[in-house]
Design a protein around this ligand. Structure first.
Ligand code: NAP
Ligand code: ZN
Length: 333
């Protein structure tokens, strides 16, 4: 008997999503099958739909902040049970043998990790099959709608904040207050930093302060600064030289937002200020597990707007127009 999953796919680059049925890959010995209940909508799903990074394959079933309930277990899966509530993020496998994987940093696996929706079908469907080792049992203290955005947006900001905040009182600037950025404010505040939110949307000031920002600055008015860490979480190109000018000596400018762009860096400021420019992508299993515990204990939850998955195209339009506040979570039917 042929198994069929029902999803929402972009059949070609840049097209609206439509209902689409497909045959999933066979359930491997180490796989689980999940009945999907929630999907966070990440801006990356829009980049993938539009093939901004030249890695998309079509039909594309995106969705990589997935929460659901286990309905089937591969024969070798022993650490999970049918009925468990689990989450799945951007990384769905890695080599497991290189030094990075052995440290739990599968996001920088030397062989290159497998992306859940790069050549595979993701969470915008009724069911998902995925390797059990890259599935996370969710803490009871996190409801499913809150947990979903943590699986990509949460880990993506937690990992560099955890790495680069060296001491309480560190001056951290978060540039771009969207899905990633608003969680970055919450995590950075919880880690003891003095947090400034930089935004092109003055209307976000009140909420940014409610999320924990000590200061709010309109990006267009930003001039100089002495930040220890600047985390770029936006989806559109900004003036990178201006960002570097806000960094104090020995500071780190870390980019996680991924507009298609290149950096043109004035070397004098970089060298004499001993400044560092870094990139960071999601996070490995070590930080993912730690982040979920940290979020549960400190009650760090995204501000979520729920929509039925049937309105997935409207939801994507809202994200593209910078109108989501601050993460849309799509509810399955
Ligand atoms: P989002 O919710 O859409 O937020 C992006 C923010 O960028 C907006 O809220 C806005 O903040 C700012 N922005 C400035 N100019 C914009 C414009 N012209 N159009 C839209 N937004 C503009 O996106 P997200 O889901 O947080 O993702 C942000 C970026 O991170 C995306 O490029 C995504 O692909 C990338 N990402 C990277 C990783 C990784 O592993 N490195 C993981 C997940 C996502 P203000 O209104 O405050 O200016
Ligand atoms: Zn994402």
């Amino acid at each position: 008997m042929v198994t069929t999953f029902k999803g929402y796919a972009a059949l070609n680059k840049g097209e609206k999503l439509q209902s689409w049925q497909y045959e999933p890959k066979p359930l491997g010995r180490n796989d689980i099958e999940i009945k999907v209940t929630h999907n966070g909508l990440c801006h990356t799903d829009l980049h993938m739909r539009d093939d901004d990074w030249n890695v998309s394959t079509f039909p594309l079933v995106a969705g990589h902040e997935v929460v659901g309930e286990i309905t089937k277990l591969g024969e070798d899966v022993t650490n999970l049970q049918i009925g468990d509530r689990v989450g799945v993020g951007w990384i769905s496998n890695s080599c497991r043998r290189c030094d990075a994987c052995l440290r739990g940093e599968e996001n920088i696996c030397r062989q290159g990790y497998t992306g859940l929706i790069v050549g595979n079908y993701g969470g915008f469907a009724d069911k998902l099959r995925v390797n059990a080792d890259f599935t996370y049992k969710l803490p009871d203290a996190l409801d499913s709608a809150s947990a979903a955005p943590l699986l990509c947006a949460g880990i993506t900001v937690y990992s560099p904040l955890r790495t680069y905040i060296k001491h309480p009182g560190s001056r951290v600037g978060v540039i771009g207050i969207g899905g990633l950025g608003h969680l970055a404010i919450k995590f950075a505040r919880s880690m003891g930093a003095e947090v400034t939110a930089f935004s092109t949307s003055p209307s976000k000031e009140t909420e940014a302060k409610e999320f924990g920002a000590h200061h709010f600055c309109n990006w267009n008015d930003a001039e100089t600064g002495d930040y220890d860490l600047l985390l770029y979480t936006g989806s559109a190109e900004i003036d990178w030289t201006k960002a570097l000018g806000l960094l104090g000596n020995d500071g780190v400018f870390c980019l996680v937002g991924l507009p298609v762009s290149t950096l043109n860096i004035p070397l004098l400021a970089l060298v004499f200020g001993q400044k560092k420019i870094a990139g960071s992508a999601v996070g490995g299993r070590r930080f993912m597990t730690e982040m979920l515990e940290f979020a549960a204990i400190n009650q760090i939850k995204p501000m979520v707007e729920t929509m039925p998955i049937t309105q997935i195209n409207e939801a994507m339009d809202k994200v593209a127009a910078n109108q989501a506040r601050y993460r849309i979570v799509l509810l399955s039917e």
